[in-house]
Design a protein around this ligand. Structure first.
Ligand SMILES: [Zn+2]
Length: 407
């Protein structure tokens, strides 16, 4: 009997990768967040056309986690490309820098028309996926990027921006960050107007990076489902910008989606402790600690050899996906890998955009059905987009919200 059971297991095992290949070919991954645009700006001085995304970008002097061959291998079918700028850039410069970021995305999409096409709606995504290309969407990563002006928010929408994260790492006078002290204690009056205007124009409210109080206030204010474009579960890894169970339940009740982040520090307690020790050591010897492996300074390479990195794998990611599905509901979980925002790191075997199938295979081994795996890969975010589009359509004829942030 044992021999028969082993034989059955051996026959079942190879079936899973083939099943995932078929499933993700039919319903490829739509990822909520990728920072390639900023990496091209930093690593290639914004010279977009010098970065050949058709080639293996791991060999570049400034290696990337994203290229077309790996995106194909990973069954990426839709990507919200972040037009991130640091929270330290404020005022009119924040708007200018955001426009440059949008230009970078448009340029790498235009340079690779066989692989990418711009999209703004759920229907666009479906049409582009059918043509075998990767639907390319834009996400603004922080309310500082509108410089307190709803006119700027509306023009971002006109340029094709699909979501705005309410804050990045610093609190604003109208919304608070999870990694800064409170200034708005949730959302200010203007903050609620930002959410109302996003609902009216059909831009998704993104609650990654915001404080718990701001997330609760955004959920109370929004007439449309929200997204967390790249956030994991705080019950499993105690990062301030991971989402606690009560707010996971609230996002489920709101009809939204939590797209799980692959950054090891948001996935694993052990990795967080290791990373903190590593950062403290780097500070003590005066070298930067923000990269891992061959790009590190020499003392850190030695420290890394003496302190092996705790194992974070596709199973760790699957733990977070399963937790969000259990607490918020299986209709409210997605994938937000944060590739090229987590440069040099990532779960084992998932250090680039070819990594997604490993998570799906792990969940399949745990008994997830094809129906639920398709919800995870794209069904849930497409539903959120359609509801956000419907709320905007129902708002047709409403005048623009007329407000400016108080200075
Ligand atoms: Zn982020």
């Amino acid at each position: 009997m044992i021999a028969l059971a082993l034989l059955a297991a051996a026959q079942a095992a190879p079936a899973i990768p083939a099943r995932i290949e078929r499933l993700l070919t039919r319903a490829p991954v739509i990822d909520g967040h990728n920072d390639l645009a900023w990496e091209i700006r930093e690593g290639a001085n914004a010279k977009v056309e010098t970065v050949d995304l058709k080639a293996d970008t791991t060999k570049r002097p400034h290696p990337l986690q994203t290229d077309i061959p790996r995106a194909r291998a990973g069954h990426l079918g839709g990507q919200f490309w972040s037009v991130y700028i640091p929270a330290s850039i404020t005022g009119p410069a924040a708007v200018e820098t955001t426009l440059e970021e949008i230009d970078i995305v448009r340029r790498f999409v235009a340079a690779n028309p066989d692989a990418f096409a711009m999209a703004t709606t759920a229907d666009d995504i479906r049409r582009i996926q059918k043509s075998g290309r990767i639907a390319s969407l834009l996400g603004v990563e922080g309310g500082h990027q509108i410089d307190g002006r709803l006119s700027v928010l509306r023009e971002y929408k006109a340029l094709g921006v699909g979501y705005m994260t309410l804050t990045h790492s610093k609190s604003l006078d109208w919304a608070d960050s999870a990694t800064d002290g409170p200034r708005a204690n949730g959302l200010s009056d203007f903050g609620r107007k930002v959410v109302a205007e996003m609902n009216r124009i059909g831009m998704i409210v993104d609650v990654s990076h915001v404080s718990d109080a701001t997330m609760a206030a955004a959920l109370a204010a929004s007439k449309a489902p929200v997204m967390a474009s790249h956030s994991s579960a705080r019950a499993l890894a105690d990062a301030p910008r991971n989402i606690p169970d009560d707010l996971l339940r609230a996002i489920g009740a709101n009809g939204g989606v939590v797209m799980v982040n692959f950054y090891p520090a948001f996935l694993s307690r052990q990795w967080r402790a290791w990373d903190k020790a590593r950062t403290d050591y780097a500070k003590s010897v005066g070298v930067p600690a923000d990269v891992y492996g061959p790009r590190s300074a020499a003392p850190l390479v030695a420290w890394d050899a003496a302190h092996p990195e705790p194992l974070v794998t596709a199973a760790t990611v699957a733990d977070h996906v399963a937790h969000v599905a259990r607490v918020a509901g299986v209709d409210h979980v997605g994938i937000g890998g944060d590739y090229d925002g987590i440069s040099g790191t990532g779960p084992v075997g998932m250090k680039g955009v070819d990594g997604y199938p490993k998570v799906f295979a792990e969940l399949a081994r745990r008994g997830w059905s094809d129906t639920d795996l398709v919800k995870l890969s794209q069904g849930n975010i497409l539903r959120v987009m359609e509801r956000v589009e419907a709320v905007a359509k129902a708002s047709a004829g409403m005048p623009p919200v007329d407000a400016t942030a108080p200075n």
